[in-house]
Design a binder for this molecule. Structure first.
Ligand code: NAD
Ligand code: ZN
Length: 257
């Protein structure tokens, strides 16, 4: 217990001593909102198997066949589970504490790998969704984003109204490049940061997972909040072993003292 409290104090000191603090979040951020991670012992893929690692190429090659197979997959257990958890998910105390940190000027922005939209639901304003959002559709030709009303889509969406280009859901598929504008925004935030709080991510998915290391190489301090050790742990200046929903409110309280 004492070690954890010391780690929170150390993290609070690092944040207080920094000018531009950025948070980076992964699937662990939303576990206490009921959304499981993909990887790891309780991960959806560990229990139900990993989907095709080629999905973007499949979509590009034959969008009609891709949407048909999406429609068939709607009844697969892991898709049913993900759909239900996403539908029901609400921001947790960790999301709310991060939004309060932004409100009070302690954190400048959040770069998230999550597609669930829970940071915005909690009140965070400056959010970069590096893997897209489940609430949006996107044209891969001009990048135009439009709201998405249903979680699973039966047929290929109509061409983009801006450029007649190819439209898919905004969440990135396996093998899909991160849209350049999003990647640049994330890089520019992490380049600006002199402190990065890395929360609930194994940092194994690239390029998002590489950003904390780039920030560290540029002189930023790193704070890790994660329930388990990660490949990034050894590079961190403060490591808080705990869950996002329990640690972040405690960190916020410490910052507001
Ligand atoms: P990951 O599954 O590789 O790693 C999750 C990390 O969270 C692990 O390091 C684990 O120890 C940690 N963790 C688990 N529960 C935690 C908790 N309560 N508090 C703090 N840490 C906790 O996840 P990833 O690195 O984010 O990569 C998986 C990819 O899948 C991401 O790109 C993400 O886009 C996507 N994904 C998104 C969601 C979502 O939108 N909520 C959910 C699952 C996966
Ligand atoms: Zn377009």
């Amino acid at each position: 217990m004492k070690a954890a409290i010391d780690a929170v104090s150390l993290a609070a000191d690092l944040i207080r001593g920094s000018e531009y603090v950025v948070a980076m979040t992964g699937a662990g951020m939303s576990v206490e909102s009921g959304i499981p991670t993909f990887r790891g012992a309780d991960g959806i893929w560990s229990r139900h198997g990993q989907p095709s690692a080629n999905s973007y190429a499949e979509w590009l090659e034959d969008p009609d066949a891709f949407w048909s197979s999406e429609r068939r997959r709607r009844v697969e257990p892991w898709i049913v589970e993900l759909r239900e958890t996403l539908r029901q998910a609400k921001p947790n105390e960790g999301h709310r504490a991060l939004a309060d940190m932004e409100d009070s000027g302690k954190v400048m922005s959040v770069i998230t790998q999550n597609i669930d939209g829970l940071h915005q639901d909690a009140g965070s304003k400056s959010v970069i969704e590096i893997h897209g959002s489940r609430h949006k559709m996107r044209c891969v030709d001009c990048g135009d984003r439009t709201p998405r009303t249903t979680l699973f889509i039966d047929s290929p969406p109509p061409p983009c109204i801006e450029c007649s280009g190819r439209v898919k859901f905004d969440s990135v598929l396996f093998g899909e490049p991160i849209p350049q504008v999003t990647l640049q925004a994330a890089r520019s935030e992490s380049d600006r940061a002199d402190c990065v709080i890395v929360i609930g991510t194994s940092t194994s998915v690239k390029p998002a997972g590489g950003l904390p290391r780039i920030a560290k190489a540029n002189g930023a301090t790193l704070i890790e909040i994660n329930s388990s050790e990660t490949p990034l742990t050894r590079s961190c200046d403060a490591v808080i072993r705990g869950t996002a929903a329990s640690v972040l409110p405690e960190l916020l309280e410490r910052l507001l003292l």
